[in-house]
Design a protein around this ligand. Structure first.
Ligand SMILES: Cc1cc2nc3c(=O)[nH]c(=O)nc-3n(C[C@H](O)[C@H](O)[C@H](O)COP(=O)(O)O)c2cc1C
Length: 367
């Protein structure tokens, strides 16, 4: 593995001067500088709120943060998260400006009203990741493969697939991106081509069995973090739970997977997994009740375990392949619920690899 990268996400309010073309100019100049420093990321504008995600070599990130912290074109900057990452989330964007709304992303749990809600910010970064991925997708050959693969799954021509099409590279992330495409195609066929629910369900089952036959990712020998993946009921697809388990393991997480747990099993698995975050599998098809069930289940679980981070999945929760980055960010955000002043250059220390989730609680306030 190469040198680890630092990821910093912060929110601030744009000053009156930073509107329209001034913001475009700032982003163009930033992108040019970031290219030289091998920084990538996204700047999201929602009314006067700015959210930025910067990733890259730690020295370059810290140097940038020091400059940004003193920039009069914005004010009230607050750190959302700082942490080490193994891979870039926006590798093809030296800096991209997106106008996204923060409305409609319900705070969970509610944050003080004067702060930009970090969970809403997380959703905005997820949305940006979808844009990033779809920009890449246009250059990939797998989409056509996914379309014909989905057709084969539904029509039963390949009873249970033993392999993915040859063009799909082996890494778990590529497989996840491909599965996402296949699921999107299954949903499209159901909605617009009149594929029956039974055929689509059968197709998903074939996909599930096929994935089982393929090489799965083993538990890491020395896991960095842990996660519990729950599929609340038989109504939601198991494919996404399974692919997520592989993705998290490949990213160094220890994964406990519980499918359709009854009350006794649920109580046991909750007790056995301490305070690790919980991901609810919500299905990738956005059809039927899977997503609603997952969200209801997540709400009930949050009430039952107020100390745990509970995140519901589903096809509107961002690309499958992004889950490790997504949860990593939310875990970092979870650690920021007290106000301990720190200064920009200390970000690297905060993001120390020795820091354990939930151990340090801080929020950045620029003096
Ligand atoms: C919200 C916000 C985000 C910024 N992001 C970047 C960035 O990603 N890269 C960058 O080089 N400058 C960025 N800047 C501009 C820096 O604050 C700074 O003006 C610029 O790096 C030039 O620094 P210098 O004038 O000290 O050389 C950003 C400024 C603001 C207000």
């Amino acid at each position: 593995m190469g040198r680890r990268l630092l990821r910093v996400a912060f929110a601030s309010r744009a000053s009156a001067v930073l509107t329209g073309s001034a913001l475009d100019d700032l982003v163009a100049a930033s992108a040019a500088r970031n290219r030289q420093s091998r920084l990538t990321g996204v700047l999201i504008r929602s009314d006067e709120i700015l959210l930025q995600w910067v990733e890259g070599p730690p020295d370059a990130v810290c140097a940038l943060m020091q400059r940004v912290g003193q920039d009069p074109r914005h004010h009230d900057p607050r750190l959302l998260a700082a942490g080490w990452i193994d891979r870039r989330r926006y590798p093809h964007w030296p800096m991209r400006l997106l106008a996204l709304s923060l409305q409609g992303h319900a705070p969970s749990p509610p944050m003080p009203p004067d702060l930009p809600d970090p969970f809403a910010a997380a959703r905005a970064f997820d949305e940006a990741a979808v844009h990033h991925l779809s920009a890449l997708r246009r250059r990939s050959a797998w989409n056509a493969d996914a379309v014909s693969f989905a057709k084969q799954l539904v029509r039963g021509l390949c009873e249970v697939p033993g392999a993915l099409p040859g063009a799909v590279p082996a890494p778990v992330r590529s497989r996840a991106a491909f599965v996402d495409d296949v699921c999107a195609e299954l949903a499209r066929g159901w909605m617009t081509d009149g594929w029956s629910g039974a055929d689509v369900s059968l197709g998903l089952m074939r996909l599930y069995l096929g994935l089982h036959r393929m090489r799965r990712c083993p538990e890491p020998a020395a896991p960095r973090r842990s996660v519990l993946i729950l599929r609340p009921s038989a109504g939601t697809e198991v494919v996404s739970a399974m692919v997520k388990a592989d993705l998290f393991r490949a990213a160094g997480w220890s994964v406990r997977l519980a499918l359709d747990p009854g009350e006794a099993t649920l109580a046991r698995v909750l007790a056995a997994t301490g305070c690790c975050p919980i991901v609810i599998a919500g299905g990738r098809l956005a059809l039927g009740h899977g997503r609603i069930e997952a969200n209801d289940f997540a709400t009930r679980l949050r009430a039952r375990c107020p100390d745990r981070l509970v995140v519901a999945g589903g096809c509107d929760a961002g690309p499958l392949a992004e889950w490790p980055e997504r949860l990593e960010f939310l875990v970092d955000v979870q650690g920021t619920d007290a106000e301990v002043p720190v200064v920009w250059p200390m970000i690297a220390a905060i993001a120390s690899p020795h820091r354990r989730p939930f151990e340090h609680r801080w929020r950045l306030i620029v003096p």
